[in-house]
Design a protein around this ligand. Structure first.
Ligand code: SF4
Length: 186
């Protein structure tokens, strides 16, 4: 039977398709990250949306925080169990011969960052987001657990962090560069 599917799947952090999972003040789009979604549609990939890990454990009224408060064994364990459920599903796509081409995380997020996360400038005093936070090299807690489990399954996508509001305000070129990288990859 004729079938048009491309066999390519991109896994995305929840807020890329639903900005309502973000903490107040962080949404740049009314509903979804349209610039990213347009590229995914143009390239004909399937989109697998990860449930929002922070909403899963903390609910929807949480404040934005750096990685430090999320980097705790009990939180990591809950994120790992969520990641395991997702990997259990992605395994089926792999078995059918589909390619998990990329994971798009939310750069700068303590949970879904890929290459950058926030840290308290002063871990003793802590403070408020974003004034008392710096962005440093690192991966969010959920993504660290998700990546380990995917690697155990032999699933090795390209990991791309989509910069959010805080990082875009620090670097005006970072978002365009990320879009270009995504276009080239897909
Ligand atoms: S970055 Fe991750 S944890 Fe934060 S809102 Fe998006 S999906 Fe949820």
């Amino acid at each position: 039977m004729e079938d048009s599917r491309s066999g390519k799947i991109v896994v995305v952090s929840h807020c890329i398709l639903n900005v309502h999972s973000l903490e107040d003040g962080l949404a740049i789009y009314p509903g979804m990250e349209e610039d990213i979604v347009k590229i995914l549609v143009e390239k004909g990939v399937g989109i697998y949306q990860i449930p929002c890990p922070e909403t899963y454990i903390m609910g929807i009224f949480r404040q934005p925080l750096p990685k430090d408060p999320y980097d705790k064994p009990q939180i990591r364990e809950r994120f790992r169990s969520l990641a395991k459920e997702i990997v259990d599903q992605l395994r089926w796509y792999k078995k059918k011969g589909y390619s998990i081409v990329a994971v798009l995380g939310a750069e700068g997020s303590p949970t879904c960052g890929i290459n950058k996360v926030g840290r308290w400038k002063d871990p003793v005093k802590k403070g408020r987001f974003p004034d008392d936070v710096i962005f440093v090299e690192g991966m969010g807690v959920f993504m660290e657990e998700f990546k380990k489990l995917l690697e155990e399954e032999g699933i090795n996508p390209v990991w791309i962090g989509i910069p959010g509001k805080s990082l875009r305000s620090l670097d005006p070129f970072i978002f365009e560069e990320t879009l270009e990288k995504l276009r080239k990859l897909l």
